[in-house]
Write a protein that binds this ligand. Structure first.
Ligand code: NAP
Length: 314
């Protein structure tokens, strides 16, 4: 089968589109014929060797944390899932990923794919959808009637975060540049602030219950978000190379988010999609052979929105 792998850490040129032996599922594992994986910014950091502490991979490594595809073979002891099922999942980050024609997955990370979107497009959901969900509800404890500021709402996580916060009955204030403002508005933001023209701290005058940072802002900009949060509120930060700011005197907590695979939460997101309450946005669909070029573009900051990566069917 074809896979994209890297045999050593480094810049995008270490990625090779090559022939690899088809993997055989072990006990508790499922082999999935991949309809698509997706690109996540963390893929570039893993390839670059910057995540060897938190995400220790074995070389050669196949990237691709998200998978959507069709169950192709079952390992010993797997039940509740059958060959031919269409599934979606958040794969273990330290194992081989789905930038390949086939991937092995622990059976318990896979759930039925949404029926209302093309199977390949479902690969745009797991990691970013769960990041948004866990930020808002596990860490932010967001409830109806509360106010949330989503900084960096124009990206892949932001699209889900705005929709989920709005669905939960929150008042959503989102920052987005001109290229993203329409998408953020259509996702349901009540207020959209152009971060390229306006200082967010100058225009958010009524405190928020939760500030969620998704943007690679300067550390002082990140720190300033804490001033917008009411006493007892929370700042949740996904750009974890900078610690989330907090203010003990005002009882504002800062939380660094590390997304985790959660099949039950993913199933809730799939149910929202199939009820028409959560939209899956795909910015680009590229063939697997072009993944190295996509990494190169991402390293130059030239990727906007969610890109799914599609292996050939043969
Ligand atoms: N810790 C974790 O577990 C975890 C999980 C998932 C993601 N992440 C991280 O979370 C971040 C968001 O992920 P993503 O997939 O949504 O990334 P993304 O698609 O690259 O989106 C980031 C968005 O930030 C916006 N932005 C850039 N500079 C900004 C500024 N100065 N002020 C406000 N917004 C700004 C851009 O939107 P415009 O179009 O408006 O310019 C961009 O679309 C990434 O850094 C990612 O690595 C972490």
């Amino acid at each position: 089968m074809k896979a994209v792998r890297f045999h050593e850490y480094g810049d995008p040129s270490v990625l090779r589109h090559e022939d690899v032996e088809q993997p055989v599922p072990g006990a508790g594992e499922v082999r999935v014929r991949v309809a698509a994986t997706s690109f996540n910014p963390v893929d570039g950091n893993i390839r670059g060797g910057f995540m060897q502490g938190p995400i220790p991979v074995t070389l050669p490594h196949t990237p691709g944390i998200d998978v959507a595809g069709t169950v192709d073979a079952l390992g010993e002891g797997v039940d509740g899932i059958a060959v031919g099922d269409d599934v979606v999942g958040f794969l273990p980050m330290d194992g081989n990923g789905a930038a390949a024609q086939y991937v092995l997955a622990p059976a318990d990370v896979l759930i039925p794919a949404p029926k209302s979107v093309p199977l390949a497009d479902a690969a745009a959901l797991p990691l970013v959808g769960l990041t948004a969900y866990q930020a808002l509800f596990d860490h932010g404890k967001l409830t109806a009637g509360q106010r949330v500021l989503i900084n960096g709402a124009g990206g892949a996580v932001g699209g889900y975060a705005v929709q989920l916060a709005k669905n939960a009955g929150a008042h959503v204030i989102a920052t987005a540049g001109p290229r993203s403002s329409e998408a953020v508005t259509s996702a349901g933001a009540d207020e959209v602030i152009d971060h390229t023209a306006t200082d967010v701290t100058a225009v958010v005058t009524e405190p928020v219950d939760l500030a969620l940072n998704l943007a690679p802002v300067a550390p002082d900009e990140l720190a300033s978000l804490v001033t917008l949060v009411r006493p007892g509120g929370v700042v949740v930060n996904t750009t974890v190379w900078m610690p989330a700011p907090s203010d003990e005197e005002r009882d504002v907590r800062g939380i660094d988010l590390f997304v985790r695979s959660d099949a039950d939460q993913l199933a809730q997101l799939v149910a929202l999609i199939d009820r028409g309450e959560l939209r899956v946005d795909v910015a680009e669909r590229i063939p697997l052979a072009e993944l190295p070029a996509l990494h190169a573009r991402a390293s130059e900051g030239a990727v906007h929105g969610k890109v799914i990566v599609v292996p050939s069917a043969d």
